[in-house]
Design a protein. Sequence first.
Length: 327
Amino acid sequence: MSAAEAAIEVDGLRKSYGRSEAVRGLSLRVDHGEIFAFLGPNGAGKTTTVEILEGFRRRDGGEVRVLGADPERGDRAWRSRIGIVLQEGSAQPELTVRETFALWAAYYPRPRPIEETIGLAGLEEKADDRVGRLSGGQRRRLDVGLALIGDPDLVFLDEPTTGFDPVARRAAWKVIAGLRDLGKTVFLTTHYLDEAQELADRVAIVKGGVIVAEGAPAQLAGPGAQETEIAFVPPPGVALGSVPAGAAAVIGDDGRARLRTQVPTRLLAELCGWAAERGVELERLEVLRPTLEDVYLELVEAPAGGEPALAVAAPAGRRSRRRKDAS
């Protein structure tokens, strides 16, 4: 495999079910060692695409290379290099965690050491407990560990934290982020946008069988993707119109003035300089940058055939989802 070859390369992928075209000319690239999040609403073509990449479904058209091979022709050696975490695991409940890892390790030519894999999954204290007695979060850790026991180069994670409480989700995130440290490539599908923003090096948003946006979460959700909002409480006794750009401000329900801008650094400097010269404070000053969720909702809620460009402002009702960068 050449150094320039990607872990996953897809060009013009197509798949139809009768008259319904689930995937229509989709193209993407996933580099070795990155966590790539594949996002989209139900019916967008995510599951079909992933099943084609995993070699479980035939495509109608396009070129697909996964770890240098066509998934439709992947042999046993190729499959041993792939780990898959489904939405629901299938481990036998009567076996212990250690016995389960030992059973699955026997399926692979060069498995990762069992005790090491148990540690990676964070299940050392549960190694001798039966699988049926594990909590939901512990079962998910087991699923991830079983995907790693064959020491794969590429791991597919399908909704890995569905149904988790906040503490269990954060613990699972640490395990997933650790896969990058191991040099693994991760293809993640999730409906949790904060999960994708936290974990992914790059994301692709798919709608109607095509990718409508792709890039690093910070590039999609940061400056230039949508307008940034600056919020503050107007100084008492000061006319808002005398504040830099104050004439364009909107007063929110919380009494704060809100300014929308695509040049937040410059406007913030002007506001702070203005306040310092007059010896007044801009109380509850915040810079609210658009999150990945803002961009995602703007794209998937757009009418068919009318996807907006990324450089658009989210509706005011979504401001609460924005990330706070300064205060």
